[in-house]
Design a protein around this ligand. Structure first.
Ligand code: ADP
Length: 611
């Protein structure tokens, strides 16, 4: 049954009850309208007949009086009155309706027959007798007839009164009946209509309850609606949708779970501790190594970290959250020693931001690289370098002295060939001395024994002395060496010997990498609280990918020749940073290089204090 037909059928009981009520009412009304006239018609006939008979009897009595008083008889009128009486009597005889009426009518018939016989006898009598016969005979007969007629009339009148009273009662009863039937029908119709409507609405309730449960997240909820109507069709469509939805959730949940397990497995497979922090610094996730090394539970908070590590983690997290990109450590000296179950471990923090599509950086991934072994190797290497450099110093000094004496022909004259060889040997000895000096500086820096004697130094004096020291080699190499004019009174707070070494290193490098005819420029400019020094050359330049790496220990641009062991720039930057400055390079292959470094201005006590 369709919803349409159900909707149409729901007022049907009410309509049916209305029709029944209408039929009953019409029937009652009709019987009410008909019965009194029907019932009273017969009695009325009898009453009228009785009246006419009385009338006819009166006329006959008048005629009898006429005759008794000797007047001329009116025979025609007598016959007519007699005929009328007969007719009305016949009518009455055919209209017996009441109890006792038949007997009364019989009595009337007898009385009438007696009266008629009396009247006929009267006609034959002579004058004097006639009078007495009339008064003694006919008048009593007429009285009998009149009485019989009156009885019939009364009988019928009583019946009429009785019947109209009962009709009134019946009418009153019918009104009561109609009212009761109306009320009953209304109640019945309403109840059945309500029941039908409720039945019609029940599936809608079931459907809306299911929708609510699904909206609350219970994707297993289904609408159970039987039947073949539109709501049942809607419910089955709805259930199909819920099936697909829960299937989708199962599959996407599965995939999500798998992806999550895979990424957890990936970070667990890393040997170094990994922490994932949210924007506020709370730990979102950590790997097995972090649990083991830092003795953290899987539900740990950042306050459970060892205090020394917490500070570093906070610092790198703030670096990342401030939008300054990934945090990369500059060297092993940033490694944090942490006591672990297997002894002290050195952990080097490295951090990368976590991005979300909507709100930018939402967290930080921190990898604490375990550099304990690497640091031990580094230490070993440093020890070796220091020992070797130290051990080289004395024999090298003797060697230099001996070659110097030979080259200067103090111990005897040399042939031209021998002098040339001695010159070459002296150059290589100098280079070797430079390397040994670099190595000694390195070991000093590494052991933290780089002492600075900072004082106020004129920038111009620093540049001039560096240029002076390389004037001769520059001339030999055919490269012009220029010191640009320094603004009056530009002075820095620095250790002149160490900064002299830095400048000398940069000029020596520039000389080594600038072909004949080139130019080397030394300049100093003031920027804010720092002075900026520059050594610019017109040499071969350095490819971009090496710009940062040439400042690392022992790094040399591949394919380069001559020079030291790749320590010059490392040592220079360490010295500059120890002063509180920084160092870098601007260069392009074929267009020369400009090495720059900054030093705090003399008088800028804050920066000098930092140095
Ligand atoms: P080294 O003592 O071997 O020169 P440095 O640390 O001083 O080591 O320099 C590292 C590398 O940087 C060198 O091998 C060289 O290739 C490159 N370099 C340094 N200065 C210059 C320059 N002015 N022009 C081109 N390359 C340079």
């Amino acid at each position: 049954m369709t919803l349409r037909s159900k909707l149409l059928a729901s007022p049907a009981p009410l309509a049916l009850v209305l029709v029944l009520l209408g039929v009953a009412s019409v029937k009652t009304l009709r019987s009410l309208g008909e019965s009194p006239t029907l019932i009273l018609k017969d009695n009325d006939l009898s009453v009228r007949a009785a009246e006419r008979m009385t009338e006819a009897l009166g006329e006959l009595q008048d005629a009898a009086v006429r005759r008794a008083t000797g007047r001329a008889p009116r025979e025609e009128e007598e016959a007519a009155a007699r005929r009328r009486f007969e007719e009305e009597l016949a009518v009455q005889e055919h209209n017996i309706t009441e109890k006792g009426e038949a007997e009364a009518t019989g009595a009337l018939r007898q009385a009438w027959e007696a009266y008629r016989a009396g009247f006929d006898a009267l006609l034959t009598l002579p004058g004097p007798e006639l009078q007495s016969a009339f008064f003694d005979g006919l008048v009593p007969l007429a009285a009998r007839v009149r009485q019989a007629v009156a009885e019939i009339r009364n009988l019928n009148r009583d019946a009429m009164d009785r019947k109209s009273a009962s009709a009134r009662r019946a009418a009153r009863r019918n009104v009561d009946l109609v009212v009761v039937a109306t009320l009953a029908a209304l109640g019945l119709g309403l109840v059945s209509s309500l029941a039908l409507t409720a039945r019609l609405l029940r599936p809608l309730g079931v459907l809306s309850q299911t929708v609510r449960r699904i909206a609350d997240g219970d994707l297993e909820a289904r609408a159970r609606v039987q039947g073949k109507d539109e709501i049942a069709a809607l419910a089955s469509e709805f259930n199909a949708m819920a099936d697909r939805l829960s299937e989708y959730r199962r599959s996407s949940l599965g995939e999500l779970l798998q992806a999550q397990q895979a990424s957890q497995a990936a970070i667990d497979s890393l040997p170094d501790p990994v922490l994932v922090l949210d924007a506020a610094g709370a730990i979102l996730n950590l790997n097995g190594a972090a649990e083991a090394v830092l003795r953290l539970g899987s539900e740990a908070t950042s306050s459970a970290l060892p205090p020394e590590l917490r500070e570093v983690v906070d610092r790198v997290r703030q670096h990342v959250m401030a939008g300054r990109g990934s945090y990369l450590p500059r060297g092993f000296d940033e490694a944090v020693p942490v006591a672990t179950p297997d002894g002290t471990r050195h952990l080097l923090p490295r951090a990368t931001p976590l991005y979300s599509e909507e709100s930018g950086i939402v967290g930080t991934t921190i990898v604490l690289q375990d550099v304990t072994r690497l640091m031990r190797f580094d230490e070993l290497k440093n020890d070796l370098v220091a020992t070797v450099a130290h051990e080289f110093r004395t024999p090298l000094t003797s060697l230099r002295m001996a070659i110097h004496l030979c080259a200067e022909e103090v111990v005897g004259p040399l042939t031209e060939k021998q002098a040339e060889l001695m010159g070459a040997a002296r150059d290589e000895c100098e280079r070797l001395q430079g390397i040994v000096d670099d190595l000694l500086d390195l070991s000093r820096i590494q052991s933290g024994r780089l002492e600075l004697r900072a004082e106020r130094v004129e920038a111009n004096a620093l540049l001039q002395s560096a240029a002076e020291a390389h004037r001769q080699p520059a001339q030999d190499a055919g490269v012009s060496l220029v010191v640009e004019e320094v603004p009056e009174g530009a002075a820095v707070r620095a250790d002149p010997e160490r900064i002299g070494l830095v400048l000398s290193n940069l000029v020596a490098n520039a000389l080594r990498h600038t072909p004949r005819g080139g130019r080397i420029t030394l300049r100093a400019t003031g920027t804010g609280e720092a002075n900026r020094f520059e050594v610019a050359d017109t040499g071969e330049g350095i490819p971009r990918e090496h710009h940062e790496r040439i400042f690392e220990k022992f790094y040399r641009v591949p394919g380069g020749s001559g020079g030291g062991v790749g320590l010059g720039l490392y040592i220079s930057r360490e010295i500059v940073q120890a002063h509180g400055g920084d160092m870098g390079v601007v260069s392009e292959p074929g267009r020369g290089s400009t090495f720059w470094f900054t030093l705090p201005r003399a008088g800028a006590e804050r920066a000098a204090g930092a140095a």
